[in-house]
Design a protein around this ligand. Sequence first.
Ligand code: 5AD
Length: 347
Amino acid sequence: MREIVDRLRQERNLPRAQMRDLLLCEDAAALEYLYAQARAVREEAYGKDVYIRALVEFTNYCKNDCLYCGIRRSNHRAQRYRLSQEDILACAQKGYALGFRTVVLQGGEDPHFTDARLCAIVRGIRALLPDVAITLSVGERTEESYRALFAAGANRYLLRHETANAAHYAQLHPAELSLEHRMGCLKALKAIGFQTGCGFMVGSPGQTMETLLDDLAFTAALNPEMVGLGPFIPHADTPFAAQPPGTVEQTLKLLSIVRLMLPRVLLPATTALATLDPMGCEKGMLAGANVVMPNLTPPGAREKYQLYDGKSVSGSEDADALEELRARMRAIGYQIVTDRGDYRPAP
Ligand code: 5AD
């Protein structure tokens, strides 16, 4: 297994059969070796720095009906909210004062946020805080819309592909959504110049070794600047309520593999991972992650952005919570930095 890990590090990929062996590996010493290689590669590019992103979940209205997601349109038990432009700018400013230099605006696919409204928000943040990176995570839009948002001053865009296997995609999504369209969006975002993120859930219903291998192959081919990867966690008011969650171990393994495939990728230890394991953030870092996204959504709204059960409603909106996170990262030898944390291409 160590030879396979060494080969993955050297060649940044593996033949499918060897990648399958690695995904199936449960040997603790081999996995520790995998994590150690991933950390070494992360440290070559980014040292011990941990980048933080101020996550603002600004709307939980969504026109989509993804089967796994708690804010799907047919969940009538979700209490819907959207933040005003003033609320969003206030969150961004608060984050800036705390040392955040990236603001992530994440939301459901809410038709209220037309290009005009969303561009006005992006321009508002850009005018107020000229040196922050602005990341959008607002789903599938037209290429024209993506261009307008980029021109307004957005820098990065997160759009998880969810699964790179078309049949599996159809198990997770309603008929009107397709993998083909999603991939078209990702390609458009990259071509426009966004630092672009794809990603997938670990352990989503219907996921198999083969679909995961497809995810890794797709991720390698897209060569994104960011990858979002966390365990699937069921939500009680969705068709997947009774499905088992993904595991922490498989998520850590995939974080390490992605780090070795894409040495410079910006890779968060996700909220979902921290939801399954109180030490999830630390474990993610020690498996090759280099980003954390503390939740700065104002209380009152935050409890309503429930993509899955058990999602933390505590956040880093205050200095104390951020100080605690700093201490936790220091305890494992890493340091949170005040930095935009842009993708660093290989020299
Ligand atoms: N469990 C884990 N992650 C989820 N997401 C949506 N629903 C769930 C769930 N039940 C993830 C999706 C989406 C991101 C914003 O949250 O991958 O892209």
